[in-house]
Design a binder for this molecule. Structure first.
Ligand code: PEP
Ligand code: MN
Length: 361
């Protein structure tokens, strides 16, 4: 798959705009709902209509999709609006039905990407066709598993490929439904710069208010497209109600987003600079998160020392840490001067945290 420029062909062949906008409801609910949303999206920058027909739900008992019936509604929406169509396939039978109904793009869901057996089964069902397949990241933060799924399709002769970044599960509560872990798609982009990369801000966010910012970050990182869950009545959607936006909001969002064009030397320079800066922002954000977590541990240590009546400052331990960090710093091309400064500051903050805990009543 290395250096396969043809992976991007489908983007050009469809005459797609940058960024490619895929939008539509989490789930197809009724024929009228699919058609109404499709007609509204026709008036936006959307090129591809999405709708889930078979819905993978974390727990049983929730709405599990309308099934094959919905494919007819998608077909009708395509005839009436000219939008391309996409849906999720999770087994070979889904693939056959989607092909029969002329669905243009198939996507593989996050819960499917984790299973090489199912991925292989879907890839075999597509052997010899020229369908475009988009592969969502697996639910767990594992780049190899994601790439493995892409390779299975490539080796089955499916060459119109792309990936969708929809975030990763964590047990820890964060502001996201699925943590973005930007570093993973950035690594993937560095290894396969020609593999189209699409952001699904809806499943990362799990709520409406941060969808715009997620899209902007993706565009600054040179993503090729956005897949956004869209419904004319988000609050009453049958699935993922909290994260869907209206076609009108989507339209305004595509106007407000800063979209970088990729032509000309000066523009190319600015694009590269913006991409690198965004990568740094992502890392700085991670650094702060890690420092915050480190200080929480200091708080716990403070509590423990208080209970056991032990002094805060333990110079011997601190000198050992510092010596180790200077050596590790060298291995990472960081100067001794920098390591001393940064750890002195971290140590001071840590002592302050412990003091606060010990002084608390
Ligand atoms: C979806 O796009 O509706 C969906 C179920 O996504 P994911 O596989 O990312 O959870
Ligand atoms: Mn959804």
């Amino acid at each position: 798959m290395e250096n396969s420029k043809n992976l991007r062909n489908w983007l050009d062949a469809f005459g797609l705009k940058h960024p490619l906008v895929i939008a539509g409801p989490c789930s197809a609910e009724t024929e009228a709902q699919v058609l109404k949303i499709a007609h509204q999206l026709k008036e936006t920058d959307t090129t591809v209509l999405r709708a889930g027909i078979w819905k993978p739900r974390t727990r049983p008992g929730n709405f599990e999709g309308v099934g094959a019936l919905g494919l007819k509604w998608m077909q009708r929406a395509k005839e009436e609006t000219g939008l391309l169509t996409t849906t999720e396939v999770a087994n070979a039978n889904h693939v056959d039905l989607a092909l029969q109904h002329d669905i243009d793009i198939l996507w593989v869901g996050a819960r499917t990407t984790v299973s090489p057996f199912i991925v292989q089964e879907i890839a075999e069902a597509l052997r010899g066709t020229s369908k475009t397949v988009l592969i969502k990241n697996p639910v767990n933060p594992d780049l190899a598993l994601w790439l493995g799924a892409v390779e299975r399709f490539y080796e089955a002769g499916v060459q119109n490929l792309g990936v969708i970044h929809r975030g990763f599960s964590t047990y820890e509560k964060t502001r996201y439904r699925n943590n973005p872990e930007w570093q993973i798609p950035i690594d993937l982009q560095n290894r396969f710069p020609d593999l189209p990369l699409i952001l699904d801000p809806s499943h990362i966010a799990g709520r409406r208010d941060i969808i715009f910012d997620l899209c902007q970050t993706a565009l600054d990182l040179n993503y090729d497209g956005l897949m956004v869950e869209t419904h004319f009545d988000p609050d009453n959607a049958w699935s993922d109600a909290e994260q869907q936006i209206t076609p009108a909001t989507l339209h305004q969002m595509t106007i407000d987003l800063r979209i970088r064009k990729e032509e000309g030397d000066a523009i190319e320079f600015k694009n590269k600079l913006a991409t690198l800066r965004t990568k740094i922002d992502v890392m700085d954000h991670k650094l702060l998160e890690i420092l915050g977590k480190r200080m929480k541990i200091s708080d716990e240590i403070g509590g423990l020392k208080k209970q056991n009546n032990v002094a805060i400052l333990q110079t011997k331990r601190w000198n050992e840490i510092l010596g180790k960090m200077i050596l590790e710093g060298e291995e990472n091309s960081l100067s001794e001067e920098f390591i001393l400064k940064i750890f002195k500051a971290i140590h001071q903050e840590s002592i302050n945290h412990q003091k606060n805990v010990m002084n608390a009543k």
